[in-house]
Design a protein around this ligand. Structure first.
Ligand SMILES: Nc1nc2c(ncn2[C@@H]2O[C@H](COP(=O)(O)OP(=O)(O)OP(=O)(O)O)[C@@H](O)[C@H]2O)c(=O)[nH]1
Ligand SMILES: [Mg+2]
Length: 467
């Protein structure tokens, strides 16, 4: 899909050289793919590939044959697939060589095509070419790497929606509305004697108010977008023996952490990923927090405190079957001071079904009664955690979300410019056009139309080699 529309900046020159890289991960597998892109891709492969049926390499077919070394020795048996420009990922000629998947074959085939004139691709260079050649915009390019790195189905759906253009479409609507407003305002500047009719002024203002509302709607997706993409961290804290490791195992649905009746069982951090409402959550079980003489335990407690401070949420576990102690109270005070949302978990409710949170926990913290042993209350706890992350009405991953900090920052800048403009609407039109230009620039930085080259470099450099 072509999305660039009215580009605000001339595209950089099309790259001339032909690049090559291994597109599959290192290690052993059924196949390993060496990919080439550029004007000489087919010619380079023709020099090293020998078709088993002696057919000329051409588009649209898969060819079986051998890759031979310069002295004619067979290196690997392969399938070759040619995609001619512009019907390819990069819009250039692309050739994929399917080798046997091991370091030996893929490296030998890569070395050979490099000797025959290809250059080793930099990280993300195939996708960068797709962007520079106008096949995809920057939002879609970034969604490609999000697809590769997606850890949950919801994360993959969010990335796929953006790769398909869902977020881009919203941004182009904003850009077009801002560009139209700018045209109106500049007409007013060009013909200063002719006051803009009130009607035009009114519809301009209303249009910009709608644009601002739409920007704010998109900004409201940023937290969910970040969570689907990056995930969250949650730590389990509490006194020794309250059942933290049991709860960790129950949420993981696996016996990962050691559970014993001995207080001080867990020493090190134990981390595993669980999924809550489509969000990958790195759950950390920690050493029970208490004043301890034991050196190993003390170190564990220190590490636990640090991990908890870096969490997006803390599950503060208490043993409901015994009276809360002053240690619980002190710990609660410490955890609430972290300014991280805390969920109070009253565990072992199978032993004490009527237990309630002690009066001193009377804060805004959510409270859940669970039994890590029987599983009672776990769905409610997971629901509370989901609400804590995504709110009561979760945003669907399919709608094209703002997922990255740089997208959010640019959109905030655009919204601030439109807000400023609306606040000063009755002042001279020159000022309006300055704000409109700034908003357009900021929106264009998200889609790639006005993104400075240095930032583009950084974005693509974070991709993997071969993509
Ligand atoms: N009845 C009952 N026992 C539980 C429950 N959860 C944990 N236990 C028991 O409580 C004891 C301590 O459990 P752990 O999960 O090791 O507790 P912990 O908080 O990780 O302890 P430390 O690692 O020492 O800090 C074990 O004997 C568990 O079987 C529960 O929901 N109900
Ligand atoms: Mg433990």
């Amino acid at each position: 899909m072509r999305m660039r529309g009215k580009a605000l900046k001339a595209l950089p020159k099309r790259p001339e050289d032909t690049i090559a890289a291994v597109s599959t991960p290192p290690g052993e597998g059924g196949i390993g793919i060496v990919r080439l892109s550029g004007a000489n891709a087919a010619a380079i492969v023709r020099g090293v590939f020998f078709s088993s049926r002696n057919r000329p390499l051409d588009q649209g077919r898969v060819f079986h044959g051998e890759i031979r070394d310069d002295d004619g020795t067979p290196l690997d048996e392969v399938l070759v697939h040619i995609m001619r420009a512009p019907h390819s990922y990069t819009r250039e000629d692309v050739v994929e060589i399917n080798c046997h998947g091991g370091a030996g074959p893929v490296q030998a085939v890569l070395d050979l095509v490099l000797r025959h004139g290809a250059r080793l691709a930099t990280p993300g260079e195939f996708t960068k070419r797709a962007f520079l050649n106008g096949r995809i915009d920057l939002v879609q390019a970034e969604a490609v790497i999000d697809r590769i790195r997606a850890q949950t189905r919801a994360g993959l759906r969010a990335a796929s929606a953006s790769a398909g253009g869902a977020l881009s479409r919203s941004l182009y609507e904003l850009r077009d509305a801002l560009a139209d407003a700018l045209a109106h305002v500049e007409a007013a500047v060009d013909f200063p004697d002719e006051d803009l009719p009130d009607l035009v002024n009114k519809s301009l203002r209303e249009g910009l108010e709608r644009t601002l509302a739409r920007m704010n709607e998109l900004l409201a997706t940023a937290e969910a977008g970040r969570l689907y993409r990056e995930g969250a961290r949650m730590g389990i804290a509490g006194r020794p023996n309250v059942g933290k490791s049991s709860l960790f195992n129950a949420l993981l649905r696996d016996s990962r952490a050691i559970v014993t009746p001995v207080a001080g069982t867990t020493r090190d951090l134990i981390e595993e990923i669980i999924t809550i409402s489509g969000i990958p959550v790195r759950l950390t079980d920690t050493a029970g927090l208490r004043a301890s003489e034991d050196e190993v335990e003390q170190i564990g407690i220190e590490v636990a405190r640090k991990a908890l401070g870096q969490s997006d949420a803390v599950l503060f576990v208490m043993d409901a079957s015994v009276n809360a102690t002053s240690e619980d109270e002190e710990l609660a005070r410490e955890l609430f001071a972290l300014e991280v949302p805390v969920v109070l978990v009253l565990n072992k409710c199978d032993l004490a079904p009527e237990a309630v949170a002690p009066a001193w926990t009377n804060t805004a913290a959510r409270t859940c009664s669970v039994s890590a042993k029987t599983g009672q209350g776990l769905p409610e706890l997971e629901g509370a955690l989901s609400e804590l992350l995504l709110g009561a009405a979760p945003i669907s991953p399919d709608q094209g979300l703002i997922t990255r900090a740089h997208q959010r920052d640019s959109l905030r800048r655009a919204a601030a410019a439109v807000t400023r403009l609306l606040d000063n609407f009755d002042v001279s039109p020159e000022f309006l056009s300055i704000d409109l230009r700034e908003a357009l620039q900021a929106v264009g930085e998200i889609t790639g139309e006005t993104t400075p080259d240095a930032i583009l470099e950084t974005i693509f450099a974070s991709f993997c080699i071969g993509k």
